[in-house]
Design a protein around this ligand. Structure first.
Ligand code: NAI
Length: 250
């Protein structure tokens, strides 16, 4: 497995799963753009991992994935910097939620849908067009969740968005196969990243106990799966959901 000569864009690249994946991509020889809504953290993350790949192989860009023009601009920035795009990891996301009947739709529905759902759609569209302009090929990996496949506590909107990500993955794989583009989703379970820290220690202990190993998944473990999916070693995997949940869903 290698990502040599491949250029990757990682959204949410300054976060837990995103930055671990940036590192895994660099280890496999890729050139990587760290993209995050927090431009300062994206730049700092890129600096932190600068020595982990071949010299000059990491860059950063600020992007709010809920704004299509910004996602297009991030793809353009990757192409400007490294000449092409081969891997789009649509991974940025926000979590949390209230009981359904406590929702204020303007606060508890639309903003999360814009990031977790629309952001992935925009990433598929912008990367798919770039791959077409390059003559085809490319891989798009979308971060869904175990909650995209089942109901869960305080996750009404999150589950809806993550289910849409699975649907987008299947439909985009179907539509883009003719240009040789693969589209795959991952469904992480309980991963030890900052997004989980908003939950209470008791809830986090429950999360860990639900996994077959009785411990939280590490972001590096998810990143290794993403690196495999980004590589030509997984050419036969397309349009499907790859579970990274340590047995949560068995
Ligand atoms: P994280 O909070 O460490 O990383 C998320 C990153 O996305 C942050 O760096 C944040 O700045 C960025 N981000 C948020 N809104 C953005 C926007 N509008 N535009 C661009 N970037 C934005 O959390 P983690 O765990 O690394 O999350 C990555 C993905 O994995 C998310 O899509 C999350 O829903 C998903 N996931 C996480 C699980 C977990 O247990 N940690 C389980 C299942 C899925």
């Amino acid at each position: 497995m290698t990502l040599e000569n491949k250029v990757a864009l990682v959204t949410g690249g300054a976060g837990g799963i995103g930055l671990a994946t940036v590192r895994a991509f660099l280890r496999q020889g890729a050139k990587v753009v760290v993209a995050d809504v927090d431009e300062v953290r994206a730049k700092a993350a890129a600096e932190e991992v600068a020595d982990e790949g071949t010299p000059g192989s990491v860059a950063s860009v600020g992007v709010d994935v809920s704004v299509f023009e910004q996602v297009e601009a991030a793809v353009a920035a990757a192409v400007d910097r490294f000449g092409r795009l081969d891997v789009m990891f649509n991974n940025a996301g926000i979590a949390g939620g209230k009981p359904l009947l406590e929702h204020d739709p303007a606060v508890d529905y639309a903003p999360m849908i814009r990031v977790d759902q629309d952001g992935v759609y925009y990433g598929i569209l912008a990367a798919g067009r770039q791959f077409r302009a390059q003559g085809g090929g490319g891989v798009i990996i979308n971060t869904s969740s175990i909650y995209g496949e089942q109901a869960a506590e305080l996750a009404f909107t999150y589950s809806a968005a993550k289910a849409a990500v699975i649907s987008f993955t299947r439909s985009a794989a179907y539509e883009l196969a003719h240009q040789g583009t693969r589209v795959v989703a991952i469904t992480p379970g309980r991963v030890a990243t900052p997004i989980i820290n908003q939950f209470s220690p008791e809830l986090r202990a429950l999360f860990a106990s639900e996994l077959l190993r009785n411990t939280m998944t590490q972001p590096e473990e998810v990143a290794d799966v993403v690196a495999f999916l980004a590589s030509d070693a997984s050419n036969v995997i397309n349009g499907t959901v790859v579970s990274c949940d340590d047995g949560y869903s068995v």
